[in-house]
Design a protein around this ligand. Structure first.
Ligand code: BYC
Length: 338
């Protein structure tokens, strides 16, 4: 993508050696600026690779929010009470809002929202692995809120300090809402865990199925994470995948104990010396299968998104026609006033 502040028509007027030197200078100034914890804004100069990494991460993040509405939306009509239904509906709407802030933040980097969405629909773009698992019982709504939103907060709070201004600012509001989501999920789990034997078993079964996929959400281990080193050097990522995964485990295990549920990891143990929990091996083959499109629900999720897009064509058309009409009316009244 062409850098808007240095179009190629301008650059071609300079000799190569001079351009290389100029680019090196800009890069050094950019790196010093980022290292001093200042925010990069859309019109600032940035290396192409920084722009590409942000477009990749922010668009995938936006897709995750939108695809993430599907497994929970599935339970709105089956929530056990009017109160639970209203809460779940509000949460799913929040996720739509998160997707919209993130698509907007992504557009500030010079991409078109429709192109980004087309990449999701064609299967070219990734979205979080976690949303390729099915939500089988009401307890899954508790487990998703508690674990999935809990993992999301752990990952996203540091992103509020990310070096790209529009992404960092979008994350502030997202994190406030995620924190409500996490609590409502934990509260569902707590209620079930204090209920009948069947309800407690349902909560334990949901924890058993969501635990490992949730800790995979943080991404591959650090020694197999190709993007981490550069993203950390640019202050996009502030903690590594393994560091965040460990923080999540340390925080969540005592919460499970508090409500009398058991983390499904026979190797899990507290290490007094390190002050952290040690966990058993993660099935990275499963993670790789899921992100390659072969998880339990990948096909279903993409089909649902494509259908929603096609079914919504008339809404986009009507909104476009309405906007054109308003613009024409405004232009006519400006001409009349002049
Ligand atoms: N799933 O080098 P790495 C939510 C990919 S939504 C799928 O470590 P990076 C919610 C990765 O993209 C929360 N793919 O990458 C919504 C890369 O492939 P590409 C979503 C994954 O970017 C509704 C490759 O593996 N949160 O909370 O440095 C309801 C190598 O990885 C995953 C975000 O999106 C995965 N789990 O680090 C409820 C947070 N992990 O792109 C809740 C923003 C890795 O090179 N994103 N990959 O083809 C990030 O913080 C980072 O992108 C990641 C990965 C930590 C996820």
């Amino acid at each position: 993508m062409e850098n808007p502040l240095c179009p190629s028509s301008v650059l071609s007027a300079f000799p190569d050696v001079f351009l290389k030197r100029m680019e090196m200078d800009l890069l050094q100034r950019f790196e010093a600026y980022v290292a001093s914890e200042k925010k990069i804004e859309p019109k600032d100069w940035m290396p192409d690779a920084y722009r590409k990494t942000l477009i990749r991460q922010i668009s995938q993040h936006a897709h995750s929010e939108i695809v993430g509405m599907l497994p929970e939306g599935n339970w709105i009509s089956r929530a056990p009470s009017l109160k639970r239904k209203a809460i779940l509906m509000a949460k799913v709407q929040d996720e739509a809002g998160h997707g919209l802030y993130l698509y907007s933040a992504c557009e500030t980097l010079g991409v078109q929202r429709d192109d980004t969405i087309a990449d999701l629909h064609s299967g070219k773009a990734k979205y979080s692995s976690i949303f390729n698992y099915p939500t089988l019982t009401w307890a899954d709504m508790g487990a998703v809120g508690w674990l999935v939103d809990g993992a999301a907060i752990m990952n996203q709070v540091p992103l509020c300090k990310c070096s790209y201004g529009p992404y960092a600012r979008a994350m502030v509001r997202v994190c406030k809402e995620e924190s409500f989501h996490q609590r409502q999920g934990f509260q569902i789990m707590m209620t079930l865990a204090q209920g009948t034997e069947d309800q407690k078993a349902m909560a334990q079964d949901a924890l058993n199925r969501w635990w490992w996929p949730s800790i995979m959400m943080f991404g591959p281990p650090d020694d197999n994470s190709p993007n981490s080193a550069q993203s950390m050097a640019w202050n996009i990522k502030r903690f590594s995948n393994d560091e965040l995964r460990q923080k999540f485990i340390d925080l969540t295990v005592p919460q499970a104990e508090l409500i009398g549920l058991t983390i499904p990891d026979a190797d899990l143990k507290w290490n007094e010396e390190t002050g952290h929990y040690e966990h058993g091996p993660i099935d990275w083959a499963e993670f790789n299968r899921v992100i390659a499109g072969h998880g339990p629900c990948n096909k279903e999720r993409l089909a649902a998104r494509n259908k929603a897009w096609d079914d919504g064509a008339w809404v986009r058309e009507a909104a476009g026609a309405h906007a054109e009409k308003r613009a024409a009316r405004k232009a006519a009244s400006n001409t009349a006033a002049a």
